[in-house]
Design a protein around this ligand. Structure first.
Ligand code: SF4
Length: 349
């Protein structure tokens, strides 16, 4: 593979990435309909994942999280920007290089149970992962070893997906990803639909695998409790854009963007006044016709005329902490850090 040398710290770098859907209609439909039907699912996203780092990607359904994860893995064509993995531009690779790279970049799919073919036993599902990738027999790990990596006994090898619990199906999905010997995994809602004890098992398993194998993850989730525990860095996505990114503890303890505050408002420990102020109102707007200016303005209690006309850029709001809000510092000044109450009406932006 060609490209610049692999950075010592960064395994994955995404620069200004855009993924659009709907352009195929251009040839069939009139130009004005095409403009209206172009869906900018991911719109100018930048982030990086270091070696052995866990980046959590949070946001409501429809924010573009899964599309971003799939585009990084080359499963969707990109409309702009670049994805550098180990220093090489994924979008400019030959098909063969990209096929080889896919071993190093794996996905744990959303709804693991549905992604496992009901016709195959666990053993066959693990073999299938090797068959699809064309892995030589000598390079294949035995089924028992893969099962043991995800803390499942060999007795599960002959079971079929319908005989597995939700947590066991999730672990089989993880084993399929591990079969390729990856460095980087996109885990799409790895704990969705699981009970509390299964969530803890999966989270601890992912962390142990990170330590044992030096894995890096992009964990896509709507569960802030999970990401607060699991991630080193949290990126908050809204309607195709990252509106806040920073170290996990800074995002959880000192969020700057009103949307991040809204997502966090339900987590215990937030003052009642702050919870009321940042309660999320309404639904995510239609991504085909996103709001002008700041895309969050129709739902933001702090929106001002500028927010409706000018898109806020991501700017530094702390050490390794960026947010895209015109008024993040003024909003912060309205809250008393001691109790989360509004300090003074004059301070509102
Ligand atoms: Fe709210 Fe304006 Fe900040 Fe957007 S830019 S989050 S609308 S205050």
């Amino acid at each position: 593979m060609s490209g610049p040398k692999e950075s010592a710290a960064s395994l994955l770098e995404v620069h200004d990435l855009s993924v659009h859907f709907g352009e195929a209609q251009r040839a069939r439909w009139s130009w004005w309909h095409t403009e209206r039907s172009l869906l900018r699912a991911v719109d100018g996203v930048s982030l990086s994942v270091g070696k052995g780092e866990i980046v959590g990607l949070v946001g409501e359904s429809g924010s573009g999280k899964t599309t971003l994860g799939r585009a990084i893995l080359g499963m969707y064509p990109i409309a702009g920007g670049e994805v550098l993995f180990a220093g090489s531009d994924v979008s400019r690779m030959s098909r063969n290089d990209r096929r080889l790279l896919r071993r190093r970049m794996q996905m744990i799919p959303q709804d693991a149970a549905a992604s496992l073919s009901p016709r195959f036993s666990v053993s066959q599902l693990l073999t299938e992962a090797y068959d699809i990738s064309g892995t030589a027999p000598a390079a294949r790990k035995p089924t028992s070893e893969l099962l043991s990596m995800v803390e499942l006994g060999h007795e599960h090898a002959n079971k079929y997906p319908h005989e597995l619990s939700g947590g066991q199906a999730r672990r089989v999905s993880i084993a399929r990803a591990l079969a390729m010997g990856p460095d980087f995994i996109v885990a799409d809602e790895p704990t969705a639909g699981l009970d509390v004890s299964a969530v803890a098992t999966i989270v601890n398993l992912l962390m142990r695998l990170r330590t044992d194998l030096g894995l890096s993850y992009l964990v896509i989730t709507h569960d802030l409790q999970v990401v607060a525990y699991l991630a080193d860095v949290i990126a908050v996505m809204y309607l195709g854009k990252i509106v806040e990114i920073g170290r996990a503890e800074d995002i959880i303890d000192s969020p700057k963007h009103p949307y991040t505050r809204s997502l966090l408002h339900s987590i215990s420990g937030r003052a009642a006044a702050e919870r009321a102020m940042f309660e999320l109102k309404g639904e995510v707007p239609n991504p085909l016709t996103p709001p002008s200016g700041c895309r969050f303005h129709p739902r933001c209690s702090f929106a001002r005329p500028l927010c409706r006309t000018q898109e806020p850029l991501r700017t530094e709001c702390g050490k390794n902490h960026e947010t895209a809000c015109h008024f993040w510092n003024k909003i912060e000044a309205t809250l008393d850090p001691a109790n989360g109450r509004i300090n003074s009406k004059e301070n509102t932006p």
